[in-house]
Design a protein around this ligand. Structure first.
Ligand SMILES: [Zn+2]
Length: 131
């Protein structure tokens, strides 16, 4: 997916005709620029054109000199080209962009790993974990 950013917009639109999302950072005609912060998180909800992710973080509270576990939830644009790939439970990476709507300031850039099954993980997921 990183390689796709380097290629020009015209080349991309020729190679992948099935992505009609204008906000797609890789083939969109509005060419939304990715800038700012990047986060990884678990998909907790999938809606048309967007996903909701959550991840845990640790914040230090100076008054009590202790750490607190906090949970962040973010909404991110799901481009058409990643629509089939990303499902609830997956671990994905999102990148900040300009505000696309009131709550969406992020775009899904890639899927890191699929949902881990409670009984065991598939061979494809195991390969990714060992890397
Ligand atoms: Zn696309």
């Amino acid at each position: 997916m990183v390689e796709k950013i380097k290629t020009t917009k015209k080349e991309e639109s020729k190679t992948s005709g099935n992505c009609a999302d204008k906000f797609c950072p890789f083939h969109g005609r509005e060419a939304v620029k990715l800038r700012g912060r990047t986060f990884e998180g678990e998909v907790i909800n999938k809606l048309p054109g967007r996903v909701k992710i959550q991840f845990d973080r640790v914040s230090y509270i100076s008054k009590y000199e202790r750490f607190d576990r906090r949970r962040t939830k973010l909404h991110a644009r799901l481009p058409d080209c990643l629509k089939e790939e990303v499902h609830v439970g997956d671990w994905i990476q999102i990148s900040e962009c300009r505000p696309l709507s009131k709550i969406i300031h992020f775009i899904v850039t890639k899927k890191i790993r699929g949902k881990t099954a409670p009984n065991g993980v598939s061979s494809a997921e195991q390969k990714e974990k060992t890397q």
